[in-house]
Write a protein that binds this ligand. Sequence first.
Ligand SMILES: Cc1ncc(COP(=O)(O)O)c(C=O)c1O
Length: 405
Amino acid sequence: MNPTEKILERFNNSMTPNYVPADMIPHRGEGSLVWDIEGREYIDLTGGIAVLALGHNHPEIVAVLKDQAEKLWHVSNYFTTEPALVLAESLCQKTFAEKVFFANSGSEANEAALKLARRYAFDQSGMEKNEIVSLHLSFHGRSLFTVSTGGQKKYSQGFGPLPPKIIHIPHDDEKQLRATISDTTCAVILEPIMAESGVIDISFDFIQKIRELCDQHQSLLIFDEVQTGMGRTGSLFAYQQMDLTPDILTVSKALGCGFPIGAMMTTTKIAKSLTPGSHGSTFGGNPLATAVAKKALDIISDPRLLEGVRHKRKLFEEGLTKINRLYPFFDEIRGMGLLIGCQLLKKYSGLAGDFVKKGLTEKVMLLGAGPDVIRFAPSLIIKDEQIKEGLARFEKVVKALHEAT
Ligand SMILES: Cc1ncc(COP(=O)(O)O)c(C=O)c1O
């Protein structure tokens, strides 16, 4: 057995079987490069699933983490700390938000958002206003409330009974939307781009209609920007390109650039429903996570970095289109900024996993989004040459699969 096989055997012996790790064991990373335990070098076009907005081991992030680690790690929420306050103030300054709740993950940020929406509706209108409207195919996390809210049955199947009063409708179906939102709707939750289910764009027009109907029925609009937030789409948050404002905004993934943290943001009026003791988290807002996230937020907010995201998207689009001309493999490129989805042609239906696997043999880390879409979610500061080289390796993957099918 080689060293990689030995580790995978240990994985199978000691870990629950809900993950099936790749047969490449990462050991070290720097920027958009990763080395495995056997010393092979890879170009990372996955960004740890849209987490590593600044790549692996960004020196400024590492420095902040080390500095904070020598000062204070944890004190509990009986105290507040300077890093948490500075981050909250900065998030408020850069968004519509006036109040922030810190969590440790995207699921927890969404759990807080959904609980707040129910509690706010209860405070304003009483028990009856409790329905949550969500989109088919959406993904909002893995807690019981968030798998129930997400629009993919496979994630909630067998975990019932599930929380009631959650209604799913198709995206971009205005008729259904109008028939569903009512005075008993407490909130509508959506991802501006449905990332996990295949980087599916939702039309701005449809989102605008949701906003209007939410206003009409005093329902809250929750934007789940766990994956699209922190510069991924070319603005700090995707909603900032949409000429509207949500009532609640959630973020995680790239907020800590790999250090676990999530945040739920809202207005002072809505936040009032989170009365003392009504919600909480042992680790949420701890000094290590918030110090790291503040540095990440400062770097990512730089307009030059955001401009770079739009430029790098162009490079991806040009490169992918060129490959597609030689070896047709997709019929649509979707998403915004550096959240890119290539919808595979029928011929490759269900084969996204094969592309990802083959990528490792060509020394490029690739990602699927469901079985029929190849997703690219690299570091926002990936070098132009690395995009070129990464796509050259990807071309070899496409060529091989082209020849094999
Ligand atoms: C849009 C969205 N919301 C929520 C989540 C869940 O985040 P986490 O896995 O950190 O709980 C994800 C994770 O992929 C996501 O993409």
